[in-house]
Design a protein around this ligand. Sequence first.
Ligand SMILES: NC(=O)c1ccc[n+]([C@@H]2O[C@H](COP(=O)([O-])OP(=O)(O)OC[C@H]3O[C@@H](n4cnc5c(N)ncnc54)[C@H](O)[C@@H]3O)[C@@H](O)[C@H]2O)c1
Length: 256
Amino acid sequence: MGLLTGKLGIVFGVANKRSIAWAIAQAWAREGATLAFTYQGERLKDNVEELAGTFGADTIILPCDVTRDEDIASVFAQVGAKFGRLDLLLHSVAFAPREALEGDFLDTSRDAFKVAHDVSAYSLIALARGAAPLMTEGGSIVAMSYYGAEKVIPHYNVMGVAKAALEASTRYLAYSLGPKKVRVNCISAGPMNTLAARGIAGFGDMLKHYEAHAPLKRNVLPDELGATGAFLASNGAAAITGQVIYVDAGYQIMGM
Ligand SMILES: NC(=O)c1ccc[n+]([C@@H]2O[C@H](COP(=O)([O-])OP(=O)(O)OC[C@H]3O[C@@H](n4cnc5c(N)ncnc54)[C@H](O)[C@@H]3O)[C@@H](O)[C@H]2O)c1
């Protein structure tokens, strides 16, 4: 029996086969979960249908722009109608305007700050609120973060500030939802070559830097994020909530 046999989950953030959300969704499915997927807009619909379609006819695939409350309401109404309950939610969504990820942090515009925080941090609260009434037997919410939340990573800029808000929101949500036995945790991943990552100036150098300086002398693999996602979703993690778990080949412990 898989770690997640009988569990019902929803995944936000698959864009293509390189997406971290896809790595975690595959691990959740492998461990026995039945999943619903959302995609950001028409542009990504075919990709997500092609990937998620491999899980069979029970898979629900719905559009959801996380900045739109009406999309979020519609997703949870449809998932509630089909699944009747929800156990797992993956938040693997982030965005900041490209110019904010290149220049000087001092030049961050009000608009870039708002967009980055709306898409990348507030959305966790909105999705948790949508999911909570369906998590009638408790649940596990997992969000993706990055070390730029706590240390300065050149070029990461406003996304680092948004990730700090995401991590703090994780703690407040863990407190808010704890009495319902809903756990909320972040995985802080080392750099992975995905669509979102390619928007960060100097991303290739980041991969090389981790390889040279992380204790394990390598970058993290998608399957390793999947395995941690499966663990956090499982009953084995029943007493873990409000945490940021580093899956980064150990990079976070280094001072130099
Ligand atoms: N790639 C890395 O190095 C890395 C490291 C640590 C954390 N993360 C985080 O992992 C998560 C997933 O990113 P990824 O690297 O897999 O890239 P990705 O581009 O595959 O995924 C980002 C997803 O966010 C979605 N998204 C953006 N704006 C949205 C909106 N308004 N509504 C709905 N969805 C929206 C995109 O459609 C996409 O599916 C992000 O939170 C990212 O910050 C990535």
